[in-house]
Design a protein around this ligand. Sequence first.
Ligand SMILES: NC(=O)c1ccc[n+]([C@@H]2O[C@H](COP(=O)([O-])OP(=O)(O)OC[C@H]3O[C@@H](n4cnc5c(N)ncnc54)[C@H](O)[C@@H]3O)[C@@H](O)[C@H]2O)c1
Length: 433
Amino acid sequence: MEKEQDVTRRDFLKTAAVVAAASALPGAPAILAAPSPSQVVRFGMIGTGTEGCTLLKFATTIPEARCVATCDIYPPNLKKGVETIGTNPDTYEDYRKMLERKDLDAIYVVTPLNLHARMVIDALDAGKHVFVEKSMFFKEEEADQIRKVAAEHPKQVLQVGLQRRSSVLYQVAIEMIRKGALGKVMFVRAQWHRNNNWRRPVPDPKFERLINWRMYKEYSGGLMAELASHQIDVTNWAFGAEPLSVVATGGIDYWQDGREVCDNVQAIFEYPGGRKLLYSSILYNQHYDFDEQIMGDGGTLIITIGKGMYFREHAAKVTQAGAKENWWAGATVTKQATQEGIPIFPEHGNGEGAFLEREVRYARRWLASMGIFNYEEQHDPWWSEQTNFFASIRDGKPVAAPLEMGVADALAVIYANRAVETGQKVLWPTKPA
Ligand SMILES: NC(=O)c1ccc[n+]([C@@H]2O[C@H](COP(=O)([O-])OP(=O)(O)OC[C@H]3O[C@@H](n4cnc5c(N)ncnc54)[C@H](O)[C@@H]3O)[C@@H](O)[C@H]2O)c1
């Protein structure tokens, strides 16, 4: 017991430096002193629908910022936003009127995808810092339009709502990859599977397109934009690269209810060095739910918000007996450990009492010896991404999900949809040298 306490303490001391280092990562939640009123970021939100209200719910717990204005063209959602904030913000139907206000530091764009670029550009031109939901934009040409305006306003922060970038667990996963815990990482398989029609109830048919905008090509990039975009971003992060090409297929094969976007998409993105992302999203079976499975020749990591499992390779060296303490040398792992994995990021608790207690301990020590520590996610990434946004505005902290990350992500969505529509392999344009 004493020895075990020693090990735990030693591991903790070893990893304390890593914790400190991790909190310096761009995506790590900022720890800020209580702000003076003049430092509080005053923001307005355009679009207080589902995601807008989720963001607001977390924003109300962040002292560094206050939502003082909201805008929505659908009265019930405008009301919902006001109720979520609970502090009587000014309300607008026309976002341009809200942008005229001089007392707003920042604007959130949380509207249907087709509106993002116009609103981001207008908000930047109005002198505001901008938080825009993913996918960042709808059409390929909007990348350069946003880049141009952002370059004209270099002091304004622009952050994209790719909240996994602000998740401590994802940051640790990326650390594991960078420090070699997975060996040479060559392949990612990711999916987002649901078993529902992805529709929202509509109180009056005249609101169908406003409420179910996701179903229509005029406003939506379908499953690729709404779901895959998160996982493409994780893959770009894991590989440290953007794709070179994509082949994809999909169709309206199950929910033939007037929708215009696919109810299933499957895509293969090729990255430099032959690395690949195999992606699937379907709306008629939810067994596999959503996660990313990152595979290297030394191990596999299966992650999603809130949990992660680590599987060591070296199957040839598996023993039937108990694990040896040379875990970190990668030599001997029990069969159960390779097959059932190590809960690196358990959803609740820290793995004690779970299966493979001893190997979990060994694996953690091994990770600690590489400077990687398993964290509990202390805050929801929706909280962390906003805290990061405000810290970038107030203290110049690096932006957790900046412009080019959003551009890379949005272009991958657009090219994958083009591959589905044309049945052709789509190549990324070559970048100017
Ligand atoms: N990061 C995430 O995990 C996440 C999750 C869900 C949605 N999103 C993104 O958030 C965005 C919004 O999605 P949602 O699910 O909240 O959609 P939603 O339909 O629930 O909300 C969008 C809101 O925008 C309003 N709106 C439409 N046109 C407007 C206009 N011209 N001016 C002002 N308001 C207008 C609508 O009335 C609606 O209330 C999308 O880009 C979506 O991809 C991100």
